[in-house]
Design a binder for this molecule. Structure first.
Ligand SMILES: *Cc1c(COP(=O)(O)O)cnc(C)c1O
Length: 392
């Protein structure tokens, strides 16, 4: 492939941040902006009927992805809202039963920031530490359970290091103790086989834009056992749990995205893993002092999180040309501290500052991976020379 053409556009390796809308998804959404624009709550005319039909079709497609009943899916604006509704909803409903939540130290901010807020309001929260590979030890959860525990919330897969948590084992513990189990499945759903029905999961959050659907739409699976109080009040939509006029185009797109992911999952995951491994091996065989963050084995197929020793993290990330990646670098993310996820798996501040998250996705090509390997190897060598002249 022509190199100029290759670098004339920026290679996207940031699929954990968001994904482009799949063209097939886009096609399905378009009519619902214009001719089929009705409000699914309008039951008196065909505009409403058609919109309602589209929403219910979307609900069925989302439910099928995680093998639950369509009645158990609530549409929201995304996984942030789903996490908030699940956790706050349970906290408010089960006030009489208890006030203790168990979660992990490496959850998404939408869970951790909410838990900090709930602590201010008198809830007790246990943040389970993770192993060096980023895994929650189910036994630690068992030990943290008290008579006041009302909810366990552990993510399906981590957004920074891609670690896949042992949710079936955690689900069994929750079931045995009669405690509800919520999982933030924003990164796992559509990427790994996930059967919310078989795994004793009571609540699961999903996001459309992490799986080639549009932004601003997501879902919360609410299993039969779970009871929630709403956190918003209004027109009674979504079984009164999430009032407000439904995002019909978004929901049709989200549904289609789920259908596509379900169909592609077995082959896509293999293809993505091959590219990710090529990227990993390409970098690791040609550079020393590069470390893989997270688990080798229990990991999302597209995720590669590497720390580069003996470089200034910021310069490296700024210096990588034509590649869109994420970094936990303090300067770039506008935060003073490096990634709390890397910190929690024992990565030093220096290495955490010099870490890069590469994510391979549906539209990544082999040429893009080849270019990325060359560019990373070249730039790391270049910045290590500068580093050496300054520090050694
Ligand atoms: C992206 C993400 C979220 C938030 O999802 P939104 O739909 O953007 O609100 C929550 N949890 C995880 C693990 C994520 O990766």
């Amino acid at each position: 492939m022509n190199k100029r053409k290759l670098i004339s556009k920026i290679i996207y390796l940031d699929y954990h941040s968001t994904t482009p809308v799949d063209p097939e998804v886009m096609k399905v959404m378009l009519p619902y902006f214009t001719q089929d624009f009705g409000n699914p709550g309008s039951s008196a005319h065909p505009y409403g009927w058609r919109a309602k039909e589209a929403v219910e079709n979307g609900r069925k497609q989302v439910a099928e992805l995680i093998n639950v009943s369509p009645r158990e899916i609530i549409f929201t604006s995304g996984a942030t809202e789903s996490n908030n509704l699940a956790i706050q909803g349970v906290v408010n409903y089960y006030k009489e039963k208890g006030n203790h939540i168990i979660t992990s130290a490496i959850e998404h901010k939408s869970v951790l920031d909410l838990c900090r807020e709930l602590e201010k309001q008198g809830e007790k929260v246990t943040y389970i530490p993770v192993s060096k590979s980023g895994l929650v030890e189910p036994d630690d959860i068992k030990k943290a359970i008290t008579p006041k525990t009302i909810l366990i919330s552990i993510m399906l897969a981590n957004n920074e290091i891609g670690t896949i948590q042992p949710v079936s084992l955690i689900g069994e513990i929750a079931l045995k103790h009669g405690i509800l189990f919520h999982t933030d499945a924003a990164q796992g759903a559509g990427k790994i086989q996930f059967d919310a029905n078989k795994t004793n999961i009571d609540l699961a959050s999903i996001s459309s834009h992490k799986m080639y659907g549009p932004k601003g739409v997501g879902g919360l699976y609410v299993g039969r056992k779970a009871r929630l109080n709403p956190i918003c009040f209004g027109g009674g939509q979504e079984r009164h749990l999430r009032p407000g006029t439904l995002n019909v185009p978004g929901i049709t797109g989200f549904g289609k995205a789920c259908e596509i992911s379900k169909n592609l999952l077995p082959t896509e995951s293999d293809r993505i893993k091959k590219l990710r491994d090529k990227l990993k091996d390409g970098i690791l065989t040609r550079l020393d002092y590069v470390y893989l963050n997270g688990s080798e084995e229990h990991r999302l197929s597209g995720n590669l999180n590497l720390s580069f020793d003996f470089v200034e993290g910021e310069s490296l990330i700024m210096g990588l040309q034509g590649i869109a990646v994420s970094s936990a670098s303090a300067c770039l993310s506008g935060e003073r501290n490096p990634s709390y996820v890397l910190k929690n798996i024992g990565v030093s501040d220096t290495l955490a500052h010099a870490s890069i998250r590469f994510c391979v996705g549906r539209f990544t090509t082999e040429e893009e991976i080849d270019y990325t390997i060359e560019e990373v190897v070249r730039k790391v060598a270049y910045f290590r020379n500068i580093y050496k002249s300054v520090h050694l």
